[in-house]
Design a protein around this ligand. Sequence first.
Ligand SMILES: [Fe+2]
Length: 313
Amino acid sequence: MSQKKYTSIDKRLITEGSRIDFDLFLTNETKTAMSLFLQSDSAVDGNAKVKLREVEMLYVSEEDIPRYKEYVGHHLQSIAQNSDMPTEQKGRIVYEKAAEVLDSMFKNPESLENIKNVQPVVDNFISIILHDDCAIKSLMKITAHDYYTHTHSINVSVYTLSFGSFLGIEGKDLEALGMAAILHDLGKSKVDYEIINKNGKLSDDEFTQMKKHPALGHEIALKLGITDVRILSGIRHHHEKIEGGGYPDNLKGDQISQFARIIGICDVFDALSTKRSYKDPMSSFESLSLMKQQMVGHLDMDMVRKFIKMLRK
Ligand SMILES: [Fe+2]
């Protein structure tokens, strides 16, 4: 082997018909030398496309890794739609990109540039979920188990999209539901960092600050040009309670939109089943039991039963 270092890559991440801006290598049979398979600035078509289907393993030199990662980021849609790739693997790639996008979004929530990157993340999760009836099972293996606001937002959008699809919501409606879910806690970007990350119970004063996040999120969404009332209500009303007493608008029953009720359930489920510095995670079974037995006036129980049905499937 030469002095240069190489990393093996999954050839299914190289999209047919695309253009690469990094060199792709192969090893010889004895794995003692690397040879150039496709040069940077080439298209993956014609002969290269045929050869790509035949090779087993491809390599990228370490100096080209950043360019390769950027390429994968640009071709997520074809990766998410690739029926040859297992759901869990596609999910990990899309989840990793989603974490990057959401991290930027929370650091700079009013950036029009950042919000443009959120929609493709939602679309990619939808492609994965629609392609596999049991996608939720694979996706649950990759949802982050430690709680951070941005990964919580992704987890909630994964549960919400799966649940929405299970309830028969589709097309543009499912896209809107996914946007509402992924943005539901965006207002937390305007709440003090110390309160968001506090190790333990919040004081009354801190809780008053925390309770502002749905209305703050709604305000940011309006500034970002979001006009779909279903998305706006999903963000503003995900902490309302079926019997009243929730915040910020103290709504009741049917006054709480379908999107807000779905997101409310997925939000509670993720909060219970992830680890916080002050509590251990609950298993899915324990989380669902608690939701069913102790949150009767809080969540829409008819929907909770359907959510349990989806996870049992
Ligand atoms: Fe929230």
